[in-house]
Ligand binder design. Structure first.
Ligand SMILES: [Zn+2]
Length: 135
């Protein structure tokens, strides 16, 4: 079997999906959290159901919680005064499709070289941009 040589990407370089380290992969969806465990990202998809399925498994296995608790979603038939006025916090309302570029940290730009990547919002036309679902 040929040996794979991993070369570190240049500072600030756009990372390919294979170069983005993730915490888990469920149902083919790559799941990561940013600092402090929030926000939660699903890489490579704009499919809400796939992202929610992957996050649901992630919440159970990593946090030992149901996704509803992990994301502080409202219970069915929620009647909280704030919610009746402004709408409930649901999986539909908190999940957002975005495009993002993942880059290697650039210490000359003041970024922590120990970070595995930095993520930036992008347009679909941005070179290296990936579809990402974001909470
Ligand atoms: Zn509510």
């Amino acid at each position: 079997m040929p040996e794979t040589t991993l070369t570190a990407p240049a500072p600030g370089a756009v990372l390919t999906p294979d170069q983005i380290s993730v915490e888990a992969v469920y149902f083919g969806v790559r799941v990561v959290t940013c600092e402090d465990g929030d926000p939660l990202l699903a890489l490579g998809t704009h499919d809400r159901r796939r992202a929610l399925a992957a996050w649901s498994r992630y919440a159970r296995e990593v946090a030992g919680e149901r996704l509803r608790d992990y994301l502080s979603l409202c219970a069915p038939n929620c009647a909280a005064p704030w919610c009746t006025r402004y709408g409930c916090r649901t999986a539909e309302s908190v999940v957002e499709p975005i495009w993002a570029v993942f880059r290697a940290p650039d210490p000359t730009a003041g970024q922590d070289p120990e970070s595995v990547w930095y993520v930036e919002l992008a347009d679909p036309e941005t070179p290296g941009a990936l579809p990402v679902m974001c909470v």
